[in-house]
Design a protein around this ligand. Structure first.
Ligand SMILES: [Cu+2]
Length: 357
C-alpha cells in the first residue's frame, strides 16, 4: 500500500529543476527536493477508542477514507433513531494525523443514503473547512487535500443545509492533529463526544423516533448523551482502567446547541488542554466544552471505583442521558480515599460549633 513517490513530490522536483535552469542560484544550491513523503492509510477508530499515538518524526501523506451512512441505531432502551453518521457510529470515526501532514481526504456517501452530505473539518485551513469540496451525493465519492497546519483536537461535522439538522442527527466526530513532538505517553486513551438530540416523542417514548425541528430550534433536547446513546458508556460498555494508570480522554461536543460542563465525579483533571488547543490548565474540576469544540483531559486514576462522566448541567445527566462510567479496578489506597469509616448514632444535644448556641 505504501507509495514512496507522491505526485506532489514530483512537482516539487520539477519546480526545483526549472528554478535551477532559470538561474535561481538559491534553488540550485539546495538539494533537489526533501526526502519523499511516505504515504500512509489513516487508521480510523470507532468510539470510545482512539487510534494509536503517532510515532513517526516526519510529516507524511495520509489518506483518509470515510464513508457516510444513514442507519437506525439505539438511542435508549426501546428507543431507536435514524442516525446520520461518519463511519457508521456517533460520533464518527476518530482521525489522527500529525502537524505538517498532507491529508488526502476521500469522502463516500453510502448508496442507501437519502441525503447528500459533506464535511467541515475544523482542522482545515481553507474555505468551508472542506465543505464545498466534499458535496457528496448518495453513491458518490469526493476528494480534497489539505495540510494540517495547526496542532490540536478538532471537531468535524456535516455542513449541508439545514446544517443544524445534519449535526443533530449525529454527523460529527473528532480529528486530532498531534504536535510535532507528539503527546505525552499515557496508559489509556478514550474518545467521548457529547451531543443533544431532538425527538418527536418525549424522553423514553419507545419506537423509532423522528427528528423534531421545532424542539431543535427551541433548543429543548429530548436526549443529551455521550457517544450517541443513553447507555453507550455503561454496563459492559463502561470505560475501564486500572488504578495507577494515566488516562487521557479526547472530549468533543457535537452540539448542535448545548455547551457541556464536562466533569468526572470523584476525579480532578491533572491537565486540561482547554478548547482542544496547545496550552494546558492544571487541577481542573469541570471544563467547558463548546458546541463544535473540544478539550483534552488527563488524569491519573489513583484509586479504584466507578467514576461518573457527566455534563454538570446536572438535570441533563440524570434525566436526559449524559452519564458514562469509568470503572477503575485495583488495590484500595486508604491514604487517598478511605470509603465510609463509620455510620453511627450521635447523641442529641447542642452540636459543637453550632450557630444555635
Ligand atoms: Cu449531512
Amino acid at each position: 500500500m505504501k507509495r514512496l513517490q507522491h505526485p506532489l513530490v514530483a512537482c516539487a522536483l520539477a519546480g526545483a529543476i526549472a528554478a535551477a535552469f532559470a538561474g535561481n542560484a538559491f534553488a540550485a544550491k539546495k538539494p533537489a527536493a526533501e526526502a519523499p513523503m511516505e504515504t500512509i492509510q489513516a487508521v480510523l477508530t470507532a468510539p470510545p477508542f482512539a487510534p494509536p499515538p503517532i510515532t513517526r518524526k516526519t510529516p507524511a501523506h495520509v489518506v483518509v477514507d470515510l464513508e457516510m451512512v444513514e442507519k437506525n441505531m439505539r438511542m435508549a432502551d426501546g428507543v431507536d433513531y435514524n442516525f446520520w453518521t461518519f463511519g457508521g457510529t456517533v460520533p464518527g470515526s476518530f482521525i489522527r494525523v500529525r502537524k505538517g501532514d498532507t491529508v488526502e481526504f476521500k469522502l463516500k456517501n453510502h448508496h442507501s443514503s437519502h441525503f447528500s452530505h459533506n464535511i467541515d473539518l475544523h482542522a482545515v485551513t481553507g474555505q468551508g473547512g472542506g465543505a464545498e469540496a466534499t458535496f457528496t451525493l448518495p453513491g458518490k465519492e469526493t476528494q480534497f487535500t489539505f495540510k494540517a497546519l495547526n496542532p490540536g483536537l478538532y471537531i468535524y461535522h456535516c455542513a449541508m443545509a439545514p446544517v443544524g439538522m445534519h449535526i443533530a442527527n449525529g454527523m460529527y466526530g473528532l480529528i486530532l492533529v498531534e504536535p510535532e513532538e507528539g503527546l505525552e505517553p499515557v496508559d489509556k486513551e478514550f474518545y467521548v463526544v457529547q451531543g443533544d438530540f431532538y425527538t418527536e416523542g418525549a424522553h423514553g417514548e419507545p419506537g423509532l423516533q423522528p427528528f423534531s425541528l421545532e424542539k431543535a430550534i427551541d433548543e429543548h433536547p429530548t436526549y443529551v448523551v455521550f457517544n450517541g446513546s443513553v447507555d453507550s458508556l455503561q454496563g459492559d460498555k463502561a470505560l475501564t482502567a486500572k488504578a495507577g494508570e494515566k488516562i487521557r480522554i479526547f472530549v468533543g461536543n457535537g452540539g448542535p446547541n448545548l455547551v457541556s460542563s464536562f466533569h468526572v465525579i470523584g476525579e480532578i483533571f491533572d491537565k486540561v488542554y482547554t478548547e482542544g488547543g496547545t496550552k494546558y490548565q492544571e487541577n481542573v474540576q469541570t471544563t467547558l466544552v463548546p458546541a463544535g469544540g473540544s478539550a483534552i483531559v488527563e488524569f491519573k486514576a489513583d484509586v479504584p471505583g466507578n467514576f461518573v462522566l457527566v455534563d454538570h448541567s446536572i438535570f441533563r445527566t440524570f434525566h436526559k442521558g449524559s452519564l458514562g462510567i469509568l470503572k477503575v479496578e485495583g488495590e484500595k489506597n486508604p491514604e487517598i480515599y478511605t470509603g465510609q469509616q463509620h455510620d453511627i448514632d450521635y447523641k442529641e444535644g447542642v452540636p459543637q460549633g453550632s450557630q444555635y448556641k
